[in-house]
Design a protein around this ligand. Structure first.
Ligand SMILES: [Zn+2]
Length: 129
C-alpha cells in the first residue's frame, strides 16, 4: 500500500479544508476496499452530499471520511453538526473512516474504521437548555 498523498491534486483550491478533503478522499478512493463485504473498491458519491463520501457498489454500505492533521486525539471537528447527527441516527447511516496524516511528509499516518453500530448521539448540557 502506498501511503503517499498526492499533493498535486490540491492545485486550484484556495481553502485549506478543501485541499485536505480532495487529497485524502483521493487516497481513500485509490487504496480502500469495502471492509464490510471485501469488495475490491469503493466508489465516491458526487460532491456536497451530506455526510457520506463513499459507497460500496456491491453491498451498498456507505462511508464517511474524517481527516485530521497529526494525531487523532479525543475530538474530531465537524462543521455540519446537525447534518452529521441526522446521518448517524438516520436509516442510511455510514461507517466512518478516521484518517490522520502528516502535512510535512504528505503521507497517511493512520486509518481507523468506526462501524456505525458504535456511533450514537450523546446529549450534552448545551442541548438540554
Ligand atoms: Zn461492500
Amino acid at each position: 500500500m502506498n501511503i503517499r498523498l498526492d499533493k498535486s491534486l490540491s492545485r486550484g483550491y484556495s481553502s485549506r479544508s478543501q485541499r485536505v478533503r480532495v487529497i485524502t478522499e483521493d487516497w481513500v478512493y485509490r487504496n480502500m476496499y469495502c471492509p464490510r463485504c471485501g469488495f475490491s473498491h469503493i466508489e465516491r458519491f458526487e460532491n456536497n452530499r451530506p455526510a457520506a463520501d463513499f459507497f460500496c457498489p456491491n453491498c451498498g454500505n456507505q462511508y464517511e471520511l474524517k481527516s485530521k492533521r497529526g494525531k487523532l486525539g479525543n475530538k474530531i471537528t465537524d462543521g455540519a453538526y446537525d447534518t452529521m447527527i441526522d446521518r448517524i441516527i438516520g436509516s442510511e447511516n455510514p461507517d466512518f473512516f478516521f484518517l490522520t496524516y502528516s502535512e510535512t511528509e504528505h503521507r497517511v499516518n493512520n486509518l481507523i474504521l468506526i462501524l456505525k453500530h458504535f456511533l450514537s448521539r450523546i446529549s450534552s448540557k448545551k442541548e438540554n437548555l
